[in-house]
Design a protein around this ligand. Sequence first.
Ligand code: KE4
Length: 427
Amino acid sequence: MTRAKSQAIFSRAKELMPGGVNSPARAFGGVGGEPVVIDRGEGPYLFDVDGNRYVDYIGSWGPLILGHACPPVIEAIKTALDRGTSFGAPTEAENELAELIVTAVPSIDKVRLVNSGTEATMSAIRLARGFTGRDVIVKFAGNYHGHVDSLLVAAGSSAATLAVPDSPGVTAGTSQDTLILKYNDCSAAEAAFAEHGEQIAAVIMEPIVGNMGCVPATPEFMQTIRRLTEQTGSLLILDEVMTGFRVAYAGAQSLYDVKPDLTTLGKIVGGGMPIGAYGGRADVLDTMLPAGKVFQAGTLSGNPIATAAGIATLKELRDHSPYEKLEQLGAKLAEGLQAAAQAAGVPHTIARVGSMMTLFFHPDPVTDWEIASACNKEAFAKYFWGLLEQGVYLPCSQYEALFVSAAHSMEHIDRTVAAAATVLCEM
Ligand code: KE4
């Protein structure tokens, strides 16, 4: 494939924007080389500016569960556009989207719409601290919740629980109230709660991690965290920005049969437009201004365009459920990738929940960041580029999940598996 136009556009991009991108995840940092500049998307496909076509498994990092330019979503956006783009005043569409979310997720009594997943998690943390009057937030290594200062932390030196800044610009003061624990480690959680329980405002966790590759919580771990938070009066925040409406219409929490106090959402609930949301217990949400005293605001929160796209998307998911099809496509893809890696003798494991999955270049099951970070990243990079050359566009990092959309077909899956088999047996 030639990518002359991509290269020209991207070299200009690097003169205009840091690293040439508006989000580092797109910069191909995990696989080397330069990103492909995209011209348009259509159903399961992306087309780059040089006219190359790819079967897309990023789906804009999760939002496009219905595929690119899904007609009912585009139609809804166009209709909304003709009535204006933003009013900074209440609209009925916000009720409609909030109603869809509240009806879909039993643990959500009330919800507030914001403009990104980061805003949702940042607000949920402030809310938990405001509601409990406590300072400490617990997160898990390998979980990503957006670029919230207090969560851009790494495991600190002592006891592997004290967090230290993980990015320049994050102060020690900001990270000092964050405890970072090992994911899927029940005893570490028990110990941390025994020592700090009364100071813990909340635990925030991805119920099924997408951000170290696909790593599901064990049911025992999920139940332990729910029990410990209940016992100590701290809140459980499930970060379902990625898994919400992805793994099930009622999210990952419905698969674990767990009831969090707060849930954060994003991606799919905006149908590809900028959105985030946080919701949960009414008594907790009513602590937010103007009902309560905890402050959070946003000029474009609940704007007519994002809400129109979100409403159309959730209605499509509710009325024409794709989840059975996504389960079949996901299972077929995982099976095919596993068989191809096996036949090629490449050390690997695969993790999948519904239409999100990761082929790990590691011989053992990946259950936490320690194992994930030991994956063979060079092998992943070869696999990524080999597939890209064959017109298959995977997430450009071993530490991401791929997504199948309702626009994919078995034919796309078969083509992807065949391409993977070719690439893997050359590794
Ligand atoms: P945004 O602020 O990017 O909308 O959402 C942050 C966020 C919060 N929580 C979870 C579980 C998330 O996965 C994310 C964002 N996900 C990444 C990809 N894994 C977005 C891609 C990017 O940063 O460009």
